[in-house]
Write a protein that binds this ligand. Structure first.
Ligand SMILES: Nc1nc2c(c(=O)[nH]1)N[C@H]1C(S)=C(S)[C@@H](COP(=O)(O)OP(=O)(O)OC[C@H]3O[C@@H](n4cnc5c(=O)[nH]c(N)nc54)[C@H](O)[C@@H]3O)O[C@H]1N2
Ligand SMILES: Nc1nc2c(c(=O)[nH]1)N[C@H]1C(S)=C(S)[C@@H](COP(=O)(O)OP(=O)(O)OC[C@H]3O[C@@H](n4cnc5c(=O)[nH]c(N)nc54)[C@H](O)[C@@H]3O)O[C@H]1N2
Ligand code: SF4
Ligand SMILES: [Mo]
Length: 717
C-alpha cells in the first residue's frame, strides 16, 4: 500500500489547527498535529481525528434527496435545481421576495467556498428575512465593532501571548478551544501567562475546565456581567486609571462613557452579581496596574439579556486603559485577505424591523429568534419558504419545538446540508456537499481573528464522489437561477468566479500582496507552495489607519448604547434586587455548556466522540440538590416558559448555587432523521426550553443565559 502525507487545517472550530494526514488516496490512515504549522505548532484535539468519521459516515448524504410520502429519495441535481427554481419563483411571484427566508448556519464560516458565495445567494434572494447563527452567538461583538470602530468585522482579539493580565468572562476556551480569538493550544497559552507571573481571572457561573488554568475564578450570577463591567469602568474612572495614551488623538466620547456608568459602583452591583465589592475593586485595581492587560468575553456574555452592552463595556475597558491596539492588550489581526472594506458602514442597523415583533436588522440580517413567528403569523410579508444552509436551527435556536411546528407549515423548504437531521428532516429537498476533507479551504474568517498573522491554504485531500457539488457550486447555481431576469454581465461574472480566483485576487490586493512587492507579493501560488502555512508575524498596532468609522475616530460612547443603558439598565439597577427576592424555591437560572468532544449539534454521529458517560446531564450544586431532595443520577424534569424536558441529574459543586447547566446541541430523539449513532445518544435539547421572546433588546441576539427554569424530580414512567 502506498500512502502519502498531506497538510491542511482543521475546519471544525475556530482554532484552525494544522493537521498532518496520512492517507492512501481514499482512506485516512492517521491524523496528527502539524508541528510546522506556524499558528498551532502541532496542537490538535480529539475532534480532528473524527474528521475521518464524518468523511466515511454512511449516514452522510451524497446525492440530493427529495422528501416523498414514503421518506427521502435520491433525485438528480438537475431535477433538484429545477424544483427549487420553480417553487421559489412561484412563491416569490405570489407573495413577494420577503416571503423566502434564508438561514445560514455556523459551518458557513468554516468553509471558504460557502463563505464567498453566500453573498451572491443573498443578493439573488433580495429578502429582508435573512437570518444566521450569528444572532444566537456573537452578534454583540459585531455590533460593538461596527459602532465603535466602523466595521462589523473589526473585532479586536486578546493578544494572549503577550499579556500580563487576562480577565475572562463567559468563555471556556479549555473546552471550546477559543472563540473570536483563534488561538490553537489555548490551554498552554493561558498557562504561559501565569508562568510569566501574569494573572488570568475567570468570571463564570461554573468552575469550568478553564478555571483550572486560571489564577482566580469567581462565580457570577448568570446574566449580570453587564453590571460588573459597568462597575469596573466606573471604578477606573473614579481612580484616575484612565490612560488612553496615543489612542486619545483619535477617540471621542470618553466623557459620555464616564457619565453613563457613574451610578454603577462596586457596592451597588455586588448583590446583583454575587461578587463582593472588594473583589470587584481589586480586579479593577489590578487591571489598571498591569503593564499589559486585556478583558475578553465570549458566548456567556454575548448570549445574555445585555450581551450588547457587555461587549461595548469590554471594548471600553480595554480602550480607556490604553490596552486597545497595544501589544499584550486587545488587538486587531492584520490578515492576508482583508475582510474590512469601505468606510462608514457603522450605521447598518435598524434600517428595517421584523414584521411581527419589530426587532431591528443588523447588516442585513434579522435576529433568528423571530424566524418562527414570522412563519406562523399570517399577513402581508409572512414567510412561506425557507432555505437553510449548514444550519440546524431546530436544535440551535431558541424554542426549537415552535420552530419545528413553523417549518412544517411552509410551502417549500430546501436545506443545503450533509445530514438528515432534526431540522433538515422537514425539508422538501436536501442538497448535500462533499465532506471537509474533500474541500479546498482558506480560512478567511478565523485567520482574521488569529493571535498571529498567518496565511494558509488547504487543498482537498480526497476527490469527492463523481457528480458532487461543492457548497459554493450549489450556492452559485441557486444564485444564478434566482437572480432577476437580465443581469447578463453579473451572471457571466458569477459563472466565471471560483473560490480560488477570489482568494488569489484577495491575496494579491491584500496588505502582503502587490502592495508589498509586485513580483514576490503573496498569491495563491505561493500558498500552495507552502503547505504548512506562511507566518506573517506577530500582531501589530493598526490604528488609526485601520479605523473604518466615517470620521476615523473610535467612538467610546455610541448613542445607541447610551440610549439603551438609560432606558433599560439604569432602571434594572434599581429593580434587580427586588425581583430576585421574589424567586420561588425551585426556580433556577439556566446556562449551557460545551464539551471538548462535541461541536454544536452535528458531531454526535461519530462513535469515537460520543463514547463514554452520558454528557447531556443537568448540573446542579449539592446544596440545591439536598434542599430539593434530588438524588444524583436520577431523572429530573426541567420546565421553562416554553417547554419541559427530562435529563439525568449531575450533582457537582462546580456549579454555582441557584444555577443549573445543560449542554446544547442534543435532542437527537426526534424521528425520521438519519443519524444512527447520534440517535443512540439522543439527550435533550436545551433549546426546547429556551424562550424565543427572551433576547438582548438592543441587538436582538438570543439571550440563552439566565433564563428561569423549575426543577423537580421526574415522575417515573
Ligand atoms: N442554548 C444554546 N443554543 C446555542 C448555543 C449555546 O451555547 N446554547 N450555541 C450557539 C452557537 S455559538 C452557534 S454557532 C449555533 C450553531 O447553530 P447552527 O449553525 O444552526 O447549528 P450547527 O449545530 O452548527 O449545525 C450545523 C449544520 O451544518 C451541517 N454541516 C456541517 N458541515 C457542513 C458542510 O460542510 N456543508 C454543509 N452544507 N453543511 C454542513 C450539519 O449537518 C448541521 O446541520 O448554535 C447556537 N445555539
Ligand atoms: N468542543 C467544542 N468547541 C467549540 C464548540 C462546541 O460546540 N464544542 N462550538 C464552537 C462555537 S460555535 C463557539 S461560538 C465557541 C464558543 O466558545 P466559548 O464562548 O469559549 O464557549 P462556551 O463553552 O460556550 O463558554 C461560555 C461560558 O460562559 C459561561 N456562562 C454562561 N452564562 C454566563 C453568564 O451569564 N456570565 C458569565 N460570565 N459566564 C456565563 C458558561 O458557563 C461557559 O463556561 O466554541 C466553539 N468551539
Ligand atoms: S481544536 Fe478545533 S481546529 Fe483544532 S483540532 Fe480541535 S476541532 Fe480542529
Ligand atoms: Mo458559535
Amino acid at each position: 500500500m502506498t500512502t502519502q502525507t498531506e497538510f491542511r487545517s482543521c475546519n471544525l472550530c475556530e482554532a484552525i489547527c494544522g493537521l498532518s494526514i496520512e492517507h492512501d488516496g481514499s482512506k485516512v490512515i492517521s491524523i496528527k498535529g502539524d508541528k510546522e504549522d506556524p499558528l498551532s505548532r502541532g496542537h490538535i484535539c480529539p475532534k480532528a481525528i473524527a474528521l475521518q468519521d464524518i468523511h466515511a459516515d454512511p449516514d452522510r448524504l451524497k446525492t440530493p434527496m427529495r422528501r416523498t410520502e414514503s421518506g427521502f429519495e435520491p433525485i438528480s441535481w438537475d431535477d433538484a435545481f429545477d424544483l427549487v427554481e420553480s417553487k421559489l419563483t412561484e412563491i416569490r411571484k405570489q407573495h413577494g421576495d420577503d416571503s423566502v427566508a434564508l438561514y445560514l448556519g455556523n459551518p458557513t464560516v468554516h468553509n471558504s467556498g460557502a463563505l464567498l458565495f453566500q453573498k451572491y445567494l443573498k443578493q439573488a434572494l433580495s429578502t429582508r428575512n435573512r437570518f444566521a447563527a450569528t444572532s444566537v452567538d456573537q452578534l454583540p461583538h459585531h455590533f460593538a465593532a461596527s459602532h465603535m470602530f466602523g466595521h462589523g468585522l473589526m473585532i479586536p482579539i486578546p493578544d494572549i501571548d503577550n499579556t500580563d493580565y487576562m480577565l475572562i468572562l463567559g468563555a471556556n476556551p479549555a473546552a471550546s478551544n477559543g472563540s473570536l480569538m483563534t488561538a490553537p493550544d489555548v490551554k498552554n497559552r493561558l498557562k504561559s501567562i501565569v508562568k510569566r507571573d501574569g494573572k488570568v481571572i475567570l468570571i463564570d457561573p461554573r468552575r469550568t475546565e478553564s478555571a483550572k488554568l486560571a489564577s482566580e475564578h469567581h462565580f457570577i450570577r448568570p446574566g449580570t456581567d453587564v453590571f460588573l463591567l459597568a462597575a469596573i469602568l466606573n471604578n477606573l474612572f473614579q481612580n484616575d486609571a484612565v490612560q488612553l495614551g496615543r489612542l486619545n488623538e483619535f477617540t471621542k466620547g470618553v466623557d459620555q462613557l464616564k457619565s453613563a456608568v457613574a451610578e454603577f459602583t462596586s457596592q451597588n452591583v455586588s448583590e446583583i452579581t454575587g461578587l463582593d465589592s472588594a473583589t470587584i475593586e481589586n480586579i479593577a485595581a489590578e487591571f489598571a496596574a498591569a503593564k499589559r492587560a486585556v478583558v475578553y468575553g465570549r458566548m456567556g456574555v454575548s448570549t445574555q439579556p445585555h450581551g450588547g452592552l457587555c461587549h461595548w463595556f469590554i471594548n471600553a475597558i480595554n480602550l480607556i486603559t490604553g490596552n486597545l491596539d497595544r501589544t499584550g492588550g486587545q488587538m486587531f489581526a492584520h490578515p492576508a485577505v482583508s475582510l474590512v472594506g469601505k468606510l462608514g458602514t457603522e450605521n447598518e442597523f435598524g434600517r428595517w424591523k421584523s414584521r411581527v415583533r419589530g426587532l431591528p436588522e443588523f447588516e442585513g440580517d434579522l435576529p433568528v429568534a423571530v424566524l418562527a413567528e414570522e412563519i406562523l403569523t399570517p399577513g402581508e410579508g409572512q414567510i412561506k419558504a425557507l432555505i437553510t444552509s449548514s444550519g440546524n436551527p431546530v436544535l440551535s435556536t431558541p424554542n426549537g419545538v415552535q420552530l419545528e411546528q413553523a417549518i412544517e407549515q411552509l410551502d417549500f423548504y430546501v436545506a443545503h446540508d450533509i445530514y438528515i437531521n432534526e431540522t433538515t428532516r422537514h425539508a422538501d429537498l436536501i442538497l448535500p456537499s462533499p465532506s471537509g476533507l474533500e474541500t479546498d479551504h482558506y480560512d478567511f474568517i478565523f485567520l482574521a481573528f488569529a493571535v498571529r498573522n498567518v496565511a494558509k491554504y488547504s487543498p482537498q485531500l480526497f476527490a469527492p464522489v463523481e457528480g458532487s457539488m461543492y457548497d459554493w457550486q450549489i450556492m452559485k447555481e441557486l444564485s444564478l437561477r434566482l437572480m432577476p431576469k437580465g443581469k447578463f454581465f453579473q451572471k457571466a461574472l458569477l459563472r466565471w468566479l471560483t473560490p480560488d480566483r477570489l482568494l488569489d485576487l484577495g491575496l494579491k490586493t491584500g496588505p502582503y500582496g502587490w502592495a508589498k512587492s509586485w513580483f514576490k507579493g503573496l498569491s495563491l501560488k505561493q500558498l500552495k507552495a507552502n503547505p504548512h502555512g506562511i507566518d506573517l508575524g506577530e500582531l501589530k498596532p493598526v490604528l488609526p489607519k485601520g479605523l473604518r468609522t466615517s470620521d476615523r475616530k473610535i467612538n467610546a460612547a455610541p448613542q445607541v448604547y447610551i440610549d439603551h443603558l438609560n432606558r433599560e439598565l439604569l432602571p434594572e439597577l434599581k429593580a434587580e434586587t427586588e425581583s430576585r427576592q421574589n424567586a420561588a424555591a425551585n426556580d433556577f437560572s439556566l446556562i449551557g455548556r460545551r464539551h471538548l468532544r462535541s461541536n454544536n449539534s452535528w458531531m454526535h454521529n461519530s462513535q469515537r466522540l460520543v463514547k463514554g458517560a452520558d454528557r447531556c446531564t443537568l448540573m446542579m450544586n449539592p446544596a440545591d440538590a439536598e434542599r430539593l431532595d434530588l438524588v444524583a443520577g436520577s431523572a429530573v424534569a426541567i420546565t421553562s416558559s416554553v417547554g419541559s424536558v427530562k435529563a439525568p441529574l449531575e450533582v457537582t459543586d462546580e456549579i454555582m448555587p441557584g444555577v443549573v447547566s445543560l449542554p446544547h446541541g442534543y435532542g437527537h430523539h426526534r424521528p425520521n432523521t438519519k443519524l444512527s449513532i447520534a440517535s443512540q445518544h439522543a439527550g435533550v435539547s436545551i433549546n426546547d426550553l429556551t424562550d424565543d421572546k427572551i433576547v438582548d433588546n438592543l441587538t436582538g441576539n438570543a439571550a440563552f443565559s439566565a433564563q428561569t427554569v423549575q426543577i423537580e424530580a421526574a415522575n417515573d414512567e
